[in-house]
Design a binder for this molecule. Structure first.
Ligand SMILES: Nc1ncnc2c1ncn2[C@@H]1O[C@H](COP(=O)(O)OP(=O)(O)OP(=O)(O)O)[C@@H](O)[C@H]1O
Length: 232
């Protein structure tokens, strides 16, 4: 049995201090296995984004342990975390965060060209293949501003895949899309999960989206209130 892709144990997060302290996560433990597709559900303000940011090493917990691919990251310094994150984790957010003046292809290339130092020609070829995978070959040279909302989100998904991550963390990836585009994006995520074995954690308010995932984790009042795998 290989180590989980990502595991947190007894994670607490407190924002602020003294009278204004907000205790958002109150002892969250969660392990995501290789190839799993997990929905994270919870009311607005329940701490989903906070948990995703901690899982993605973008934020540190107030206490508790974070382990990825068997490596304890709890006390890792910022440079180590950045390198680890770039190599192993992809992010998709509700708003695509594409660079508006860059083309779809350049946006997809961004993570490798800038940080991982791969040869540019190689990166271009990989980015083009990823755009084909998300069905956007014909839009490769369009600027981000010239794409529809659903197309932008598909470019953002291709960008998240650029460095071949083991895990993709998606924070409300369909929150800004209409039904048809939301379902298209979910179809795409499910296909990537099936074909490449990439693990996904997807936060959502949307039960229909959650129902497409093999596992449903509910966060409520700072703790995990339910954690259920779908029958196969
Ligand atoms: N930087 C911060 N400083 C203080 N409080 C914060 C900070 N970030 C988040 N919070 C508080 O933590 C709680 C959880 O926020 P979080 O964004 O994690 O919730 P969420 O479940 O993702 O909500 P939503 O579904 O509305 O996006 C909220 O009450 C929020 O006000």
């Amino acid at each position: 049995m290989s180590a989980p892709v990502l595991e947190v144990r007894e994670v607490h997060k407190v924002y602020g201090e003294g009278a204004t302290a907000t205790h958002v996560l109150k002892g969250v433990s969660l392990a995501i296995d290789r190839g799993e597709m997990v929905a994270l559900i919870g009311a607005s303000g329940s701490g989903k984004s906070t948990l995703l940011n901690i899982l993605g090493t973008l934020a540190r917990p107030t206490s508790g342990q974070v382990t990825m691919l068997g490596e304890d990251l709890t006390r890792a310094d910022d440079d180590t975390l950045t390198e680890f994150r770039n190599r192993h984790i992809g992010f998709v957010f509700q708003f695509h965060h594409l660079l508006p003046d860059f083309t779809a292809l350049e946006n997809v290339m961004f993570p490798s060209a800038v940080r991982a130092g791969r040869e540019r020609a190689q990166a271009r070829a990989r980015a083009a293949a990823l755009l084909a995978q998300v069905g956007l070959s014909e839009r490769a040279d369009f600027r981000a501003t010239q794409l529809s909302g659903g197309q932008k989100q598909r470019v953002a998904i291709a960008r998240a895949l650029m460095n071949g991550p083991e895990l993709i963390l998606a924070d409300e990836p369909t929150g800004n899309l209409d039904r048809q585009n939301a379902m298209q994006v979910m179809d795409l995520l499910a296909r990537i999960n099936r074909e490449s074995g990439t693990s996904f954690l997807i936060s959502t308010h949307d039960e229909e989206i959650a129902a497409r995932c093999g596992r449903r984790v509910v966060i409520s009042d700072g703790v995990i209130a339910a954690d259920k795998r779908a029958a196969r």
